[in-house]
Design a protein around this ligand. Sequence first.
Ligand SMILES: *[C@@H]1O[C@H](CO)[C@@H](O)[C@H](O)[C@H]1NC(C)=O
Ligand SMILES: *[C@@H]1O[C@H](CO)[C@@H](O)[C@H](O)[C@H]1NC(C)=O
Ligand SMILES: *[C@@H]1O[C@H](CO)[C@@H](O)[C@H](O)[C@H]1NC(C)=O
Length: 296
Amino acid sequence: MLSMAVLLAALGVFAHLGTFTHGCQLPSEWRPLSEGCRAELAEIIVYARVLAIHREPPGGGAGSLYNSLPFGFGYGYEGAEEGLLYSAEVEMLCDQAWGSMLEVPTGSRLNLTGLGYLSCQSHTVMENYSYFFFLRMDENYNILPHGVNFQDAIFPDTSDNRRMFSSLFQFSNCTQGSQPFHTFSPEWDNQEDSRLLCSSVQAALFEEEERGRKMQERLAAAERRNRQLKERVRKAKRSLRNARKAARKAQQEAQELQEKLKAAERRVGHHLNAITQEEPPPGRYASTTLRKRMQL
Ligand SMILES: *[C@@H]1O[C@H](CO)[C@@H](O)[C@H](O)[C@H]1NC(C)=O
Ligand SMILES: *[C@@H]1O[C@H](CO)[C@@H](O)[C@H](O)[C@H]1NC(C)=O
Ligand SMILES: *[C@@H]1O[C@H](CO)[C@@H](O)[C@H](O)[C@H]1NC(C)=O
C-alpha cells in the first residue's frame, strides 16, 4: 500500500516535471550567455530581500500577469499553470547605479510578479532571503523577472554572485543596511574590463555564427545540386542501360530471324532436292530427250 502511494507520488512528480519541460522550445540558434553579458542587457538590476510570497490571483482578469507575459505563452511560459505563478513582495536593498529604470530609494517595497515554475526557466525565491534580480517592467507597470536570453534572472546571495555583480552597484547609494559590495572593490577594474570585452566578444560570436550559418546554407545548396546531378546521371545511366538492353534484344531477334531464315532455306533446299531426285523436272527431261534425239 505504501509502495503504491510512493509510486503514485513519483508518477505525479514526473507528470509535473513533464508539464514544466514540455513545450520548452528555444530557437535553434540559441546559445547560453554569460551572466556578465546578460547583466548588460537586463533592464533593471537590483539587490533585494524577499519579505513575503503572494499567490497570483487564479484565472487572472484583463490586464493581469497572464496577459503581460513575454512572447504570449511562448518560450517558457506555456508550462505555467494556474497556481504555479506567484508574486513576491521585496524590500529594495540596492538599486543599480546607472541606467536603472526603477529609481526607487533603498528600503522601498515592491511586488515582483511572474515568479514561479515555468517550462524553460524557473524564477523562484524564498521568503527572508536576499537575491540579485534582473527585472523588467511591462506596459502595465508590472515588474517581472527579466530572463535575458531565456536564462536565470534571479541569483542567490552567494559570495560568488556578490563578486560577480559588485561592479553593478559600485556607485549606487545603498547607504541603508549592509553594504555588501564595497568589500570587492579590487575586482571592479577587472569586471569593468570584462564587461567592455563582453560586447565585442558577443558581437564577434554572433558574426561567427552568422558566417557559419551562411556557409551551412551554401553547403546545403551545393549538396542539393549534387544530389540533383547524381539523380540526372542515374537517370541517364538507366536509359543507357535500357537502350543497350533493347539493342541486344534487337540483335538477338535479328540473329534468331537469320537462323530461322537459314533453316527455312535449308528446308526449301531439301525439298527441292527431294523433288529432283524423285521426279526430274520437265526441263531436264526435255533436254535428255532432246539429247537422245540428237544422238539419233
Ligand atoms: C503586494 O501585493 C500584495 C498582495 O496583492 C499586497 O497585499 C501588498 O500590499 C502589495 N505590496 C506593495 C508594496 O504593493
Ligand atoms: C521570515 O522571517 C520572519 C521574521 O523574522 C518570520 O516570522 C518568518 O517565519 C520567516 N519566514 C520563513 C519562511 O522562514
Ligand atoms: C544617498 O542616500 C542618502 C540617504 O539615503 C541621501 O541623503 C543622499 O542624497 C543620496 N545621494 C544620492 C546621490 O542619491
